[in-house]
Design a protein around this ligand. Sequence first.
Ligand SMILES: Cc1cc2nc3c(=O)[nH]c(=O)nc-3n(C[C@H](O)[C@H](O)[C@H](O)COP(=O)(O)OP(=O)(O)OC[C@H]3O[C@@H](n4cnc5c(N)ncnc54)[C@H](O)[C@@H]3O)c2cc1C
Length: 387
Amino acid sequence: MRSLVIAGGGFAGVSALRTAYRLGLTHKMEVTLIDRDGVFEYLPSLPYLISSLRTPEEVTRPLERFASRLGAKLIKDEIVGIEPTSNEIRLRINGVLGYDYLVIGLGADVDYSNVRGYQYVYAAYRLRDYLSILKKLEEVEEEGGSIVVVGGGLVGVEIAGELKRWNSSIDVILIEEAETLLPYSGSLRIGDEIKSLLEKSGVKVVTGSRCVEVTRSGVVLESGDSLEASIVVWAAGVRGQRPELTEELPTYGRGWILVDKTLRVERYDNVFAPGDVNWLQINGDTPMKSVEEAMLQAETAVENVARSLEGRPLKPYSPLFLSSNPKILGTVGGQGFIVWGNSIRVSNLAVHIKNSLEKTVLSLLDGQSERLFSLKKAFLKSFFRIF
Ligand SMILES: Cc1cc2nc3c(=O)[nH]c(=O)nc-3n(C[C@H](O)[C@H](O)[C@H](O)COP(=O)(O)OP(=O)(O)OC[C@H]3O[C@@H](n4cnc5c(N)ncnc54)[C@H](O)[C@@H]3O)c2cc1C
């Protein structure tokens, strides 16, 4: 029996397994899902742990039952090497695993480049990071002091708002090196609107200032100024997978795995890489690194595994979210906003859509009926196509 290995149990991995099941591959192939923690984490809702709007149990699901229900085996282990020339991956505990087809959905990693003293920062990427932040916040609440958040993209903006919601009397300072918040929107007006939402909720916003060093007691800016902080939360961007994992794969920039428009890794016919982990260029544009993109790309990647098995031509992927026309749903301290190309609307519709997306994805993990999941997904997909 041929084997399919799905590396990573995040949005891309879960969607890949669901697609493999839907296409009947879990009956025809030995399908294995590998995830470091064996737990799915709904990353967009992690900032809400800070203000207790969510609990860790509400935003995570164990992958074991999900995998076995869909006819796959889960291996809870860390992938430490990918060797596409010999069709093998190396695992930290379980040794070497061979595959006929590999779908890499390992997501991104925190980028600490260009900062000294990163050992003092609190990352804000995975559940374990947020659990460390929550523990430190207990100390901050007792001993006082201010909080610096570095990075004014969506994650930094949401975290700063949630910190104020957690404790309105604590000083929260958000630092962004670009001249505006949400710099990838390319619009000063959008950045200004977000800034005013944050300032209304009591966050101090500093733009055009790069943090070059983090110390035990705060941050140092490029200007030479320093700011005291009891905790520095790092939300200043992500990079691709570490070089140890990708050294045999073609990569672009800081570790992004190069894929062609069918999501196949360049040079390797049996390896696909959907989601945050990849670098995909379509007509000079790139898809946004988002939940919907990761899930939709994974569907196409596994459809292409099925096509390749049958000797049929592969299907090109058509992105829903392009970086040139960003679509962002976010919140600042409970107030929703929608960014759509060059426009922004402050509206709680964003909160409703975010909640509905969360419920839809988690319902897949909870084993709700396939039909209900497909209906909810079709509704959200058509919403995002219009918006
Ligand atoms: C705090 C936060 C808020 C966000 N908010 C939004 C939002 O509002 N809207 C939106 O669209 N996007 C948002 N994003 C981005 C979105 O979460 C990502 O685009 C999405 O998670 C990408 O899915 P993925 O499957 O490619 O990667 P991930 O979801 O990161 O999944 C990767 C999986 O692989 C596992 N893994 C990684 N390395 C290894 C290894 N070596 N061995 C074994 N397993 C491994 C990880 O544990 C994880 O389970 C947010 C991200 C963060 C961090």
